[in-house]
Design a protein around this ligand. Structure first.
Ligand code: NAD
Ligand code: UFG
Length: 331
């Protein structure tokens, strides 16, 4: 049975995946420097699963420490979530993003090589499609074109690095998962998205508005050519996303496999506000402001490849995500 190292496993998507891995009987260890997560997540994982995974509080930029964790870990598989992910911040601080995301990944790959670990699942993003000039993306579309920010470029570059690693070693198994817009949280409401600092993404901002920590949501544009003028995204429940990692891990083959993880359905910003209001019974204060630079009007996944090859599809919808989010919000 696989023994997994989850880098970034204390974060939002990582912690949900760790829970699903433990539930399926996998042994998991976590490497995280708590840059964007809290140590209490470990207690919550234990509360939900009955298992407290081994936690290495370590920076993946600390190559010596990473080597030491691998030398002692006997891992078969790495699920690589760790990294910086704020699009806007990456424009302000490009060097930090290239250093953490690229150097960090190189350190992990070097330790994998030295310890004969030949199986990696990587957290990529729909952002690698840049502006695909179409509303729905499948995995055969070209990547790396018209990328507007360093964060997206690091995802593209890491995908290319992984392809080269798999090319050089034909036993190496690389799975690249391109997430669309992860939302929601574990149905217990015990864990959820809880970023340090000011959030960038729609759902954590909605949550902060609901808590009164931000006065109102700014809707970035209502003049797009969509059914209500606001942008459309493919919001995928994080527990479905977590399960996609497990199926991808179990079905990995030597070489490179790439999957979109999304629902295939699009929801507008106004529909998200409406779904939150219905689920919570609250009014969500918002105002329409100008378009945000770099936003695409519509981006949804064609997730047929994951269905066909992994037997994976999303089982939860936006209403489920809102219900779980409210449970997390209300503690
Ligand atoms: P997150 O910030 O909640 O989790 C990332 C974790 O990595 C955090 O716990 C953080 O402390 C850790 N980390 C950061 N730098 C580190 C370092 N140098 N060493 C060790 N640990 C470090 O983010 P998330 O939403 O769970 O995203 C996980 C992955 O999925 C990221 O790679 C992200 O780019 C990717 N992704 C996220 C989204 C999204 O919308 N959430 C979409 C597409 C892709
Ligand atoms: N939005 C608002 N107001 C806000 C925040 C967001 O109206 O305060 C809107 C955006 O304009 C967009 C939608 O809500 O239409 C979703 O925005 P997010 O920032 O949550 O997500 P994005 O689709 O812009 O980006 C996400 C991830 C990126 C990833 C990208 C790939 O954050 O990491 O998906 O599809 F690269």
């Amino acid at each position: 049975m696989a023994k997994v190292l989850a880098t970034g496993g204390m974060g939002y998507i990582g912690s949900h995946t760790v829970i699903e891995l433990i539930k399926k009987g996998y042994e998991v260890e976590i490497l995280d420097n708590l840059y964007n997560s809290k140590v209490e997540v470990l207690d919550k994982i234990e509360q939900i699963t009955g298992v407290r995974p081994k936690f290495h509080e370590a920076d993946m930029l600390d190559s010596e420490k990473v080597d030491q964790i691998f030398a002692e870990g006997n891992f078969t598989t790495v699920i690589h979530f760790a990294g910086l992910k704020a699009v806007g911040e990456s424009v302000e601080k490009p060097l930090e993003y290239y250093k953490t995301n690229i150097d960090g990944t190189l350190n992990i790959l070097k330790a994998m090589k030295e310890n004969n670990v030949k199986h990696i699942i990587f957290s990529s993003s729909a952002t690698v499609y840049g502006d695909p000039h179409q509303d729905t993306c499948d995995e055969s579309l070209p990547t790396g074109r018209e990328l507007t920010n360093p964060y997206g470029k690091t995802k593209y570059m890491i995908e290319e690095i992984l392809k080269d690693v798999a090319y050089a070693d034909k036993d190496f198994k690389v799975t690249i998962l391109r997430y669309f817009n992860p939302v929601g949280n574990h149905e217990s409401g015990l864990i959820g998205e809880d970023p340090n600092g000011i959030p960038n993404n729609l759902m954590p901002i909605i949550m902060k508005v609901s808590k009164g920590e931000i006065p109102e949501l700014s809707v970035f544009g209502d003049d797009y050519d969509t059914r209500d003028g606001s942008c459309i995204r493919d919001y995928i429940h994080v527990v479905d996303l977590a399960n996609g990692h497990i199926l991808a891990m179990e079905k990995s083959q030597p070489g490179v496999s790439i999957y979109n993880l999304g629902t295939g359905n699009g929801t507008t910003v106004f529909e998200m506000i409406d779904a939150f209001e219905k689920a919570s019974g609250e009014k969500l204060p918002y105002k329409v402001v100008g378009r945000r630079a770099g936003d695409l009007p519509i981006l949804t996944a064609n997730a047929e490849k994951a269905e066909k090859e992994l037997g994976w599809h999303a089982e939860r919808n936006v209403e489920d995500a809102m219900r779980d989010t409210i449970k997390f919000l209300r503690g």
